[in-house]
Design a protein around this ligand. Structure first.
Ligand code: PLP
Length: 388
């Protein structure tokens, strides 16, 4: 089967299946063995070597979805990102990272890199010129995240990839928010793509996992470090991830559709002052998003008008769950000022545009009408309760 000719849903369903030769079952068997017969190969099968049958085959699905040769699956998104960074950076090297980065990634850089003698610069913004300004003679890696969390800013993927290539610098991207259904950064010249598979790849809020996809050469380099660090995943979870990914495109497309409709609904709502969604024409980088994304994703943020207590609004929701994580089939909301950005001072939050009215919305696959009704009633009830 030529992978290039296969459609997205076929790749999700069939690439990386393990044929059950023994019993002819319809789905991939699980191989939980941590010990395999010794044979005459360079690398023996062993879970920490990322090469058990389930790991090896699921990696094919992820590589196919990201239009590349190889992939690796990790025990978490943070394992994927930390192992990747440590494979490409060593003492004396420098990395340029986008300022609006997932908090865990920023923490890893700020708290761990000095121990390894790795230098870093967070950009001042997310324009290509901001990345250019941060490059040093010892820069070895540029890392971006688009759409960003929680304000859904869009970074010019090709712009950054071209800049890096002209200077011989490797590039990586956190593609978690978009998922491979909505964005394939390697097509724009990025070298390595990573995911928190805990999010859209898993999609059911029941798997912690990570993934990295790239050329075989880059994956070999990451493997060489990862086998020492040991951030691999249990095969039980690998199997669950494979099962979840069969519906990846179906889920994400339903989430795109709901998010697009809800963004429009919120944008017109009198009690909502701002909506951040790359699919809206009013989004400052809407045209760029259109050029580099196949769909605008299931994540959006919005600000309730002054005077409507955001925490009280969250408590009035009946269907949408207040929840920390994202990308599950169920809709969830959180307040960045009370969660991801809680440790910042008010001034620091203001500087990065995180107001106390801001709500991050991970849109699920429920019926649009029910989500709309839940938000509308929660706004009305918050207002009624606070003005009573
Ligand atoms: N990248 C992004 C964009 C995330 O949102 C997260 C987690 O929330 C991570 C990476 C880290 O993933 P994990 O929690 O699977 O380690």
């Amino acid at each position: 089967m030529s992978k290039k000719k296969l459609g997205l849903n076929t790749i999700c369903t069939h690439i990386g299946e393990i044929k059950d030769e023994q019993f002819k079952g319809a789905i991939s068997p699980i191989y939980l063995s941590t010990s395999y017969e010794f044979d005459d190969v360079d690398v023996k099968r062993y879970p920490r070597y990322f090469n058990t049958p389930n790991q090896e085959f699921l990696a094919k699905k992820i590589a196919a979805l990201e239009h590349t040769e190889a992939a690796m699956i990790f025990g978490s998104g943070m394992a994927a990102i930390s192992h990747m960074f440590l494979a490409f950076l060593q003492k004396g090297d420098h990395i340029v990272v986008q300022n609006t980065l997932y908090g865990g990634t920023s923490n890893f850089i700020r708290e761990e890199f000095h121990k390894y003698g790795i230098e870093y610069t967070f950009t001042n913004g997310y324009a290509v010129s901001d990345f250019e300004a941060a490059i040093q003679s010892n820069t070895k890696l540029i890392h971006i995240e688009t759409p960003s969390n929680p304000l859904l800013t869009i970074t010019d993927i090709k712009g950054v990839a071209d800049l890096a290539k002209s200077k011989g610098i490797v590039t990586s991207i956190d593609n978690t928010f978009a998922s491979p259904v909505n964005q394939n950064p390697l097509d724009f010249g990025i070298d390595i793509v990573m995911h928190s598979a805990t999010k859209y790849l898993g999609g059911h809020s029941d798997i912690l996992a990570g993934a990295v996809a790239s050329t075989q050469e880059h994956i070999d380099r990451i493997w060489n470090v990862s086998k020492n660090l040991g951030g691999s995943l249990s095969d039980m979870t690998v199997w669950m991830l494979e099962r979840s990914m069969k519906t990846l495109a179906l889920r994400v497309k339903a989430q795109n559709k709901n998010a697009g409709k809800l963004a429009k609904f919120l944008n017109k709502h009198d009690d909502v002052s701002n909506v951040y969604y790359p699919g809206l024409k009013s989004h400052p980088q809407h045209e760029l998003a259109k050029a580099q994304m196949h769909g605008f994703g299931g994540m959006l943020s919005f600000e309730l008008a002054e005077g409507i207590d955001a925490m009280a609004f969250m408590k009035q929701l009946n269907l949408i769950k207040p929840s920390m994580s994202l990308a599950g089939v169920e809709s969830t909301m959180l307040l960045p000022s009370e969660t991801s950005h809680f440790l910042l001072t008010q001034e620091e939050r203001d500087a990065v545009g995180i107001s106390n009215q801001l709500i991050r919305f991970s849109v699920g696959i429920e019926t649009f009408r029910d989500l709309k009704t839940d938000i509308a009633q929660a706004i009305i009830n918050t207002k009624t309760t606070s003005f009573a």
